[in-house]
Design a protein around this ligand. Structure first.
Ligand code: NAD
Length: 469
């Protein structure tokens, strides 16, 4: 079993440029992250490309066995990984946070290893016989954000490796240590060169995107960066999966029991302290139950402890970085000025160390307000009142992104009717944001394109080949 100290030492370089990494809860220095340049990128891509033919030739059975051993390695080092993740990202050890994220990495690897290879007989009519197979692309570039730095990396790395590709991953510059530590543990079991990591900012990511040695980019991050990646990859028609930003709506119908759904609503919005792509970022509540839902949600939210991640009792943490804290602060301040009613939070403690922003619920806010229309990506939820469900559907669809959405009702059929009219890649009924390794996940509109997870996720990191005859 790896200790936190040994894990940190293993990813701290003896020479070369580094950058200090600070704990977002305290501002204390926790370590130094490598800063790679073009030369390191070239070497990493060279090693990954050199390793790819042997990895593909190893065969599916051996790759499956290897991925399962990688999952075991992650579990053996689970506590060390969770501690590092908590210190660098800020998320608490407990609740649906650091230990949960590391556990999900192992689960995802095993589920990806267990997914049947997608081979289809497409025509078999006595005259013609054709099968559709999925072959490795080569070397896949994986570019990830800072909110779920280990889990999102695994979402992309695991299927890419399963399909016989090698990977060059670039973690976010805000959570580089988490990306490096995860790869260090995975590389205890993977052959050399199969998983390479480069450490750097968007500039290094851009170099990865244009590199001719990379066959596909799996990108998770903001819509603005997704657009830049699409432009940059046009030169060599690089394949892309873009998992981008969201502004998920939840719609509460008048027939709900407010206290029964309050905890589900809370975690739908505040998982990872709101820093989640498919978190509920706008809540539309029918007039008949508006006050009851606001009261029940305030009651639940006010009992959820926020504080430094390593304190075992906390389930909410700081924002990961000042940039995101400023976004939340600006949007909530503007909402207060506009006359919206703050039910909880809304005033950060000026004495607080780190990037803490209090759990904030804002009621009686106009749908046109920036806190509703922009992605806040933090612990502040606007609650909008409606009286005609047609208006709620219209408002939910009136943004340019479409990652997730949810409908809350005691009447499943009614909820499903409304779900079908929402412009989102996933619509949950009576929950929000849960993902499953067997259920495809992806966005519509400006939330990107391409699917992850399950058989669809394996196809996304492969090239189709028809065998006709
Ligand atoms: P970001 O777009 O700023 O950065 C993401 C990654 O892209 C980082 O590794 C960054 O270094 C890299 N990058 C930046 N510029 C680049 C360029 N020109 N070329 C290549 N790479 C570049 O996003 P972020 O702030 O880290 O993450 C938050 C955003 O991610 C939110 O909008 C959130 O909704 C979204 N997100 C989406 C999903 C999803 O599955 N759809 C999941 C998590 C987060």
């Amino acid at each position: 079993m790896e200790t936190y100290e040994r894990l940190l030492a293993a990813i701290t370089p003896a020479t070369g440029p580094t950058r200090d990494v600070l704990d977002p809860a305290t501002g204390e220095r926790i370590g130094a992250a490598r800063v790679d340049g073009t030369a390191e990128l070239e070497r990493a891509i060279g090693r990954a490309r050199a390793a790819q033919p042997a990895w593909a030739e190893l065969g599916d059975e051996e790759r499956v066995a290897t991925l399962n051993r990688v999952a075991d390695a992650i579990e053996r080092s689970g506590e060390a990984l969770a501690e590092l993740l908590s210190r660098e990202q800020g998320k608490p050890l407990n609740g649906p946070n650091a230990r949960f994220e590391v556990g999900a990495c192992a689960n995802w690897l095993r589920a990806t290893a267990a997914t049947p290879q997608p081979v289809e007989v497409v025509v078999d009519d006595g005259e013609t016989y054709a099968e559709l197979h999925y072959r490795p692309i080569g070397t896949v570039g994986v570019i990830t954000p800072w909110n779920w730095p280990m889990m999102i990396a695994i979402w992309q790395i695991a299927p890419a490796l399963r399909m016989g590709n090698t990977v060059v991953a670039k973690p976010s510059e805000y959570t580089t240590l988490s990306g490096l530590a995860l790869a260090a543990v995975m590389n205890q079991e993977l052959p050399e060169g199969v998983l390479e990591v480069v450490a750097g900012d968007g500039g290094l990511g851009a170099e990865l995107v244009v590199h001719p040695g990379i066959g596909k980019i799996m990108f998770t991050g903001s819509t603005a960066t997704g657009r830049r990646i699409m432009e940059a990859s046009a030169g060599n028609l690089k394949r892309l999966t873009l998992e981008l930003g969201g502004n998920d709506a939840g719609i509460v119908l008048p027939d709900v029991d407010a206290s029964a759904i309050a905890e589900g609503l809370f975690w739908g919005a505040f998982i990872n302290t709101g820093q989640t792509c498919a978190a509920m970022k706008r809540l539309y509540v029918h007039d008949d139950v508006y006050d009851a839902v606001c009261d029940a949600l305030t009651e639940v939210a006010s009992q959820m402890p926020m504080g430094p991640g390593l304190d075992e009792q906390n389930v909410l943490g700081p924002l990961q970085n000042r940039m995101q804290w400023e976004v939340v602060h600006r949007l909530v301040d503007a909402a207060k000025t506009s006359g919206a009613r703050v039910l909880l939070g809304g005033t950060p403690d000026p004495e607080a160390s780190g990037h803490f922003y209090p759990t904030t619920l804002v009621a009686d806010i106009d749908d046109a307000h920036p806190l509703v229309q922009e992605e806040q990506f933090g612990p502040a939820l606007p609650i909008i009142r409606y009286s005609d469900v047609e208006d709620a559907v219209r408002m939910a669809n009136a943004v340019d992104v479409g990652l997730g959405a949810s409908v809350w009702s005691g009447d499943r059929e009614r909820a499903r009717e409304i779900a079908a009219r929402l412009e989102a890649g996933t619509v949950w009924i009576n929950s929000h944001g849960g993902v499953h390794p067997g259920i495809p996940f992806g966005g519509v509109k400006q939330s990107g394109f391409g699917l992850e997870f399950g058989a669809e996720g394996l196809k996304a990191v492969a090239v189709p080949q028809v065998i006709n005859g």
